[in-house]
Design a protein around this ligand. Structure first.
Ligand SMILES: [Zn+2]
Length: 374
C-alpha cells in the first residue's frame, strides 16, 4: 500500500486541541511530558525512538533507509514517526531530532552533502517540519551519537568530552564546558577529514585526498585487507576474510588472534595513524574523557587496544599519563538517543525552565536501560 504522509499530520500536537484526550487516564509514557522522537539515519537502517524528558527510551522502531533522494528520506522519516505515535496514541510528540550521515548546517538543517542517501544541499529540516508540523532539529549522525554518549553513555557526568567513532569512515564530536560544539555553522569537528598526507593519497568521500578516514576507517581497512590478500592469498588473514565473507574489522580481529603477521601490519598502520590524529586533537582540546566507538572499534578489540597505545605514545607532554579513554557504551543506540536529546534541548530553549534554587544541582543523567541488551 503506498504511504500517504498526509495521514500522519493530525498525530502531532493537534491532540492537545481535543478536550476528550485530557480526560483519559494518561499512559506511563503520556505522564512524562515532553516526549520527543530521536532518529538515526544510517546507510542501511533508520533507527527511531520515543524518548521522554528524563532521557528514558519508551519505544523504538527500525526501518530500511531509502537511498533514492532527500524527498524519499523525508517521507520515510514521517512514516516512522507516525508508526511510533500510532503505537502510543496518548503521547504528544513535541519535537523531532534526526541524525544523518551528512554535513549539516545549523540551525537551518540543510544536508550539504550526503553521498550515501543522494542528498546535496537538501533542506531536510524545512521539508520534515512541513510534513510533521512540529519543531525539528537535524544533526550530523556522529554529532548525534556523541551527544548520546555525552548525555547518558561513556561521557556522562563530564563537562568536556571528545568522541571518535570509527565505522565505515571516521567521525568525531565534542562537548565543551557542557555544551555540544560543532563549529560556527555546524560542519566542524570532523576529525575524519583532517589531512594526514600533505599531497596525494587515496580519494576520500568528501572529494579530497589524504584524509584520516582514507587511512583508518572501515573502508580503508577493507581496502588494506583486500590488497594484502591479493599479495598473500595463503595468509591467515585471507582465510579469515573468506570465512567471514567480508574484508572487515571482524576478519582482522580473527586473524590478529592467530598472530597473523599481515593482520598485525595492517592493525599497526591503522592504529598508528588513528592514534596520531587523536593525540593531536587531545592536545588541542584536553577533554575530561575521550570516548572511542563505532563498528570497527566494536568488532576489533585488538585495534581498540593498539589505538589507545598509539594515542598515549603520541600524547602531548602535558597530557602524558593522565588521559582517560573509555569505550562507547550505547552502541547503535547512541545516534537516536543523541538526536532525541537535541530535540529536548530545542523544546527547553523555546520554553526556558526556571533555574534550580541556589546550591541545588540537578541530578546527573543515568545510563538508559536498553531493552534487549544485557
Ligand atoms: Zn575527507
Amino acid at each position: 500500500m503506498p504511504f500517504d504522509p498526509e495521514q500522519y499530520k493530525h498525530l502531532f500536537r493537534e491532540k492537545k486541541k481535543n478536550p476528550k484526550r485530557g480526560l483519559k487516564r494518561p499512559t506511563r509514557a503520556g505522564a512524562r511530558d515532553p516526549i520527543v522522537i530521536g532518529a538515526d539515519v544510517g546507510g542501511s537502517t533508520i533507527r527511531a525512538a520515543l524518548i521522554d524528558n528524563d532521557g528514558s527510551l519508551l519505544d523504538r522502531l527500525d526501518v530500511p533507509t531509502p537511498r533514492d533522494d532527500g524527498n524519499a528520506l523525508v517521507r520515510e522519516l514521517a512514516r516512522v514517526c507516525g508508526m511510533l505515535i500510532e503505537k502510543h496514541p496518548r503521547v504528544t510528540v513535541r519535537a523531532v531530532g534526526v541524525g544523518v550521515a551528512a554535513w549539516v548546517t545549523n540551525p537551518e538543517g540543510i544536508a550539504i552533502q550526503a553521498p550515501n542517501i543522494g542528498m546535496r544541499n537538501f533542506p531536510l529540516r524545512k521539508r520534515l517540519k512541513q510534513l510533521l508540523r512540529t519543531p525539528v532539529v537535524i544533526l550530523n549522525d556522529v554529532d548525534a551519537a556523541c551527544r548520546g554518549e555525552c548525555a547518558v553513555g561513556a561521557g556522562a557526568g563530564n563537562a568536556n568530552v571528545f568522541c571518535v567513532f570509527v565505522g565505515t569512515g571516521v567521525g568525531s564530536g565534542m562537548t565543551i564546558a557542557g555544551q555540544p560544539y560543532r563549529g560556527a555553522t555546524g560542519v566542524g569537528g570532523e576529525l575524519g577529514h583532517v589531512k594526514m598526507i600533505a599531497s596525494g593519497g587515496e580519494l576520500c568521500g568528501c572529494g579530497d585526498r589524504g584524509c584520516l578516514e582514507t587511512l583508518a576507517g572501515g573502508r580503508a581497512i577493507e581496502r588494506l585487507i583486500l590488497e594484502s590478500n591479493q599479495e598473500r592469498p595463503d595468509s591467515i588473514l585471507a582465510k579469515k576474510t573468506a570465512a567471514s565473507g567480508a574484508a572487515s574489522a571482524a576478519a582482522l580481529q580473527a586473524a590478529l588472534e592467530e598472530e597473523c603477521p599481515e593482520a598485525a601490519r595492517i592493525a599497526a598502520g591503522v592504529s598508528g595513524v588513528l592514534g596520531l590524529a587523536i593525540a593531536n586533537a587531545l592536545a588541542l582540546l584536553e577533554p575530561d574523557v575521550l570516548v572511542l566507538g563505532g563498528g570497527v572499534i566494536q568488532n576489533c578489540p585488538a585495534l581498540f587496544r593498539l589505538t589507545c597505545g598509539a594515542i598515549r605514545h603520541h600524547a602531548a607532554p602535558s597530557l602524558k599519563g593522565r588521559m582517560r579513554i573509555d569505550k562507547a557504551m550505547l552502541w547503535d543506540h547512541a545516534g537516536f538517543m543523541g538526536a532525541g536529546f537535541a530535540a529536548l534541548r530545542l523544546i527547553h530553549a523555546e520554553q526556558p525552565r526556571p533555574a534550580p534554587p541556589a546550591g541545588k544541582q540537578s541530578a546527573p543523567a543515568k545510563p538508559v536501560p536498553i531493552a534487549g541488551e544485557e
